[in-house]
Design a binder for this molecule. Sequence first.
Ligand code: ADP
Ligand code: MG
Length: 338
Amino acid sequence: MPRISKLPEAVANRISAGEVVQRPASVVKELIENAIDAGATKITLSVKEAGRELVQIIDNGHGMDETDALRCIERFATSKISRAEELEHLETLGFRGEALASIASVSHFELKTRTESAETGILLRYDGGELADRSPVAADRGTTVSVRNLFFNVPARRKFLKTNATEFKHIYEALKAQVLAYPEIQWQFYNDDDELFHFRSSDMHERLDFFFGQGFADTLIEVREDNDFLSLYGYVGKPGMLKRQKNDQLFYINRRIVQNRMLSQALQQAYGELLMERQAPFALLFLGLDTRRVDVNVHPAKLEVKFEDDRSVRNMFYPVVKRAVQMQDFSPDVGGAG
Ligand code: ADP
Ligand code: MG
């Protein structure tokens, strides 16, 4: 008798869900990425109970027809790549075809979607990954995904979630990172039915001031560089105006939020002596480089990237930031020195 058998898909999905979905904020990140990839110009996020009860994303992107809607929650089902070579130069935020399968397997999952040309939309409901309802529905063009009772069937995971305040903070940070990277998208956010923001214009200053405090945008240095190898755009804090606490540092590679030690170290070094002890500069920096020179398929959550050549990226990045920072007149205001 053989001892080995292949796990049923629902079980396999639930196991691997742990890698993609650690907490409600991971659901938020994945669903937002899908909305962006679908070309949405308006995205509304609603959460209840810090995402435990509900995470819902409404987008006005291209939507899905019925076949795709049924397919999209299957594991490794994606419209974004079809051949291995495409992994070498990804232009979309998603590509693994795992997120919806994972999320649906650990929640009560509802998908409503309609394409431009379809006469009606389609509504699908899944309980722990099992299809529970399928019906036509009136819908606007675009997609609404509602994720309820996350981890209802994974008690261990549910138990390890932190307080609502902490889980909410993670959600907020994940959302903020996208709101700052996609000014052309109108973002709206509801927490327990309260509207926390609605950005209708693409004005970056409005967003910076909203997230970091009135007048904050005026305390920033704009960074801009474009060459054959790398483009760099964004904002860093003026040395004289840094707060003592740890400041936000947001790095993006080809508009994908990433965590990267090399970049934060290079940033720190670019300020050099201008930083006081325990100071960390604010940064919101968008690096653009040839998609062939960066590997984003390092981890299921896609937060880490590997550069083909770390050193060349650093050698481009560091002097640009340094020049921008050191060129500033950072002497404290000497109002009426005399
Ligand atoms: P991936 O994003 O890696 O392709 P997902 O599991 O997140 O994998 O989504 C599977 C597929 O479902 C996507 O490739 C896309 O075709 C479709 N899809 C998901 N969300 C949306 C959306 N909001 N609008 C349109 N299509 C979507
Ligand atoms: Mg995705």
